[in-house]
Structures are given as C-alpha cells and as structure tokens.
Design a protein around this ligand. Structure first.
Ligand SMILES: Cc1cc2nc3c(=O)[nH]c(=O)nc-3n(C[C@H](O)[C@H](O)[C@H](O)COP(=O)(O)OP(=O)(O)OC[C@H]3O[C@@H](n4cnc5c(N)ncnc54)[C@H](O)[C@@H]3O)c2cc1C
Length: 315
C-alpha cells in the first residue's frame, strides 16, 4: 500500500458517521425580528455527535410540503449519491444550518434560523418552513452521529493554541456559530466579535467569558457590509492583526462565479498569535478577503473566510 493509499484509508476510518435524524419541533421562540430559535427533539439525538463551536448540519426539506422525505433517503455512506440520483421533482431541498446548542441528556438541539424574505421578499424553503414551524412539526436533519472535532465533522473553527488574539466577524446567518464558539471559549484570550444584524432588536445576550467583547452592528436599512467592513478594518488594526499602509499578496479571483467557492479555511498554523474567522454573505466576505489580504497584508493562514450564502442564489 502506498503512503497516499494508507493516508486515505486512515482518513476514511476517521470520517464521522453522518446520519439522518427524524426530529420533531418541540419549541419555537422568536429571538428578535429576524430570527427564530427552533428546538428539535428525537430519541436518537441523545447520541448526536455534536462537537460544539460552528458545528454544521443540513435540514432536509420536502419538495412537496408534508411529504415524507425519510422514504426517499438512503442511510450510510452512499446517501449523497442516492440523493443526487433522485428525480428533480422529488429530490428534497438541503440547507445548511448551525447547531446553536445541544442537550444530549434531553435528546434535543437548538437551531437559530434567519427568517429572510418571509414578509414578501425572496424567502427560500428553509426560511419559509421555519417561519411557520410549530411544536409537533417534523424535520429531517443530517448530522454527525458520534463525537468528534475538526473539519470532517463539519466544524471549521480551529484557532491555533498559540493564538492569544481572536477576531470573529459575521452577519446574522453566522451569529449562531459565533454565539456557540464564544460561549465555549476558555477565558484568557483577547477576543472581539463584530456581528452585523438586520435590526436593533436582533441583538442577543451572549454568555461569554471574561476578555470577550461583542459589538452588535444593526444595519437598520443600510447596505450589507456597510457597517461590518469598516468595523473589521478598525478591529484588525486595533488588535495588531493588520497595520494600515502595509500591503500584501494580491488576491486574484478566477471570475464572477468564483464567489460561489468562497470558502478558505487555513490549516492550523501552530505558531500564529492571531486568528480571524469571518462568515456571512459571500459578496461581503469576498470584499473582506480582498481588503484584508491585499490592502492590509494580513497573512491568509491567519484568517478563515466563509461565504454562508449569496444574494440572489438559492443554496
Ligand atoms: C456552514 C453554514 C452554516 C449556516 N448556519 C446558519 C444558521 O445557523 N442560521 C441561518 O439562518 N442560516 C445559516 N446559514 C445560511 C443558510 O444556509 C442560507 O441562508 C440558506 O440559503 C437559507 O435557505 P433558504 O431555503 O431559506 O433560502 P434559499 O432557497 O437558499 O435562497 C432563496 C433566496 O433567499 C436569499 N437568501 C438566503 N439566505 C438569506 C439571508 N439570510 N438573508 C437574505 N436573503 C437570503 C438567497 O440569496 C436567494 O435569493 C448557514 C450556511 C452555512 C454554509
């Protein structure tokens, strides 16, 4: 066996078992004008492999409301090939969300869903479903079924142990991830979180350790990124992650569509003293990436850039 084959075998053996959880809504609570917190329960969630931090999962939503998606899904490693082979008219919608909190002892998880467009804009199937969800409604969720950590478990948050200074910047779709990350941090690091949300009422009380500063940036009608981009610039300079006047690597983008692929998460640099984690609308994240890397000379291996969604494009 070659070294590459051996490495592949190890990686496959270490890959998490992902499974479909047939959950029921047990609670629904508005957190503010833009977000609803859904509590999902199922006996199997007692074994949910959530690692915390920005753990992602998938909602599996029926094309025809009320139809049974479990009948269409194939368990095990072949699930995705089987899913892709389904006819277009029945293939369920898959949408990505973050586990805001997990309570295995109660066999339940919380997921915070942004209700974009449900008042007459371009709502998608997930936001539409969540806005109407009431206790007793069913939702199939794809997630890890044994504990683990790291990218293969759907967790991107990986600051090096050497990083004493952390910056997190996000829009409302990544507030659940930032909330879970901050609430799980040990004290002792200098941490700034910048959270751009639609309205003032979308601010939340987060239970964060000493040393963490959270700034809420309500857009209140301003363009996306209008508050976040300058706030990130100022925070990077203040924290010493960037210096004004310094220039760095010129970011070359492949073309107008490369924004779909905007997902750059560096491998852990065991020497880095700083780490930044930026997530939200892909156009804003792309703007931040260019600004940080090209204009401010921030090393790419100190920043994770993640486009969580893109204006005008269904996931
Ligand atoms: C790793 C990861 C974790 C995520 N975690 C969360 C989370 O915890 N909570 C959460 O709410 N979202 C989260 N998202 C974002 C979520 O997956 C998208 O917003 C998704 O597009 C919503 O699906 P939908 O069916 O409602 O809309 P879609 O059918 O995907 O899109 C329909 C239309 O709505 C627009 N749209 C999509 N999202 C938004 C938005 N937020 N605001 C305005 N317009 C929008 C699209 O551009 C499109 O025009 C996460 C995404 C990723 C990649």
């Amino acid at each position: 066996m070659t070294t590459t084959e051996a490495a592949t075998e190890v990686a496959q053996a270490e890959a998490p078992g992902w499974r479909f959880f047939d959950t029921v809504v047990t609670g629904s609570r508005r957190l503010g004008p833009s977000t609803v917190r859904l509590t999902l329960g199922a006996p199997e969630l007692a074994g949910f492999g959530v690692a915390g931090d920005d753990q992602r999962i998938k909602f599996v939503l029926p094309r025809q409301p009320g139809s049974d998606v479990m009948e269409l899904l194939v368990p095990g490693d072949e699930w995705y090939a089987a899913y892709c082979a389904l006819p277009d008219e029945v293939r369920p919608f898959l949408r990505t969300y973050t586990v805001r909190a997990a309570r295995p002892d109660r066999a339940e998880i919380d997921v915070d869903v942004v209700l974009h467009g449900v008042d007459g804009g371009h709502a998608g199937p997930a936001a539409t479903w969540a806005a109407a969800a009431v206790p007793g409604d069913r939702l199939v969720v794809l997630g890890p079924d044994r504990p683990g950590s790291g990218r293969m478990w759907g967790v991107e948050w990986a600051p090096p142990a050497t990083a004493h200074t952390l910056l997190l910047a996000a829009d409302e779709t990544a507030v659940p991830a930032v909330g879970a990350i901050l609430e799980g941090l040990a004290p002792g690091r200098r941490v700034v979180a910048l959270l751009e949300v639609p309205e003032t009422g979308d601010e939340q009380a987060l239970d964060v350790p000493a040393g963490v500063t959270v700034h809420w940036l309500p857009r209140s009608g301003r363009a996306r990124g209008e508050l976040l981009v300058p706030a990130v610039h100022a925070a990077l300079c203040e924290l010493g992650i960037a210096s004004p006047g310094r220039t760095g690597e010129v970011v070359e983008d492949a073309g107008p569509d490369d924004i779909d692929l905007l997902w750059e998460v560096p491998d852990v640099d065991a020497t880095a003293g700083c780490y930044a984690w930026l997530a939200g609308e892909a156009g804003v994240v792309k703007q931040l990436r260019r600004h940080l890397v090209t204009d401010l000379g921030v090393p790419r291996n100190e920043v994770a850039f993640m486009g969580y969604w893109r204006v005008g494009v269904a996931a």
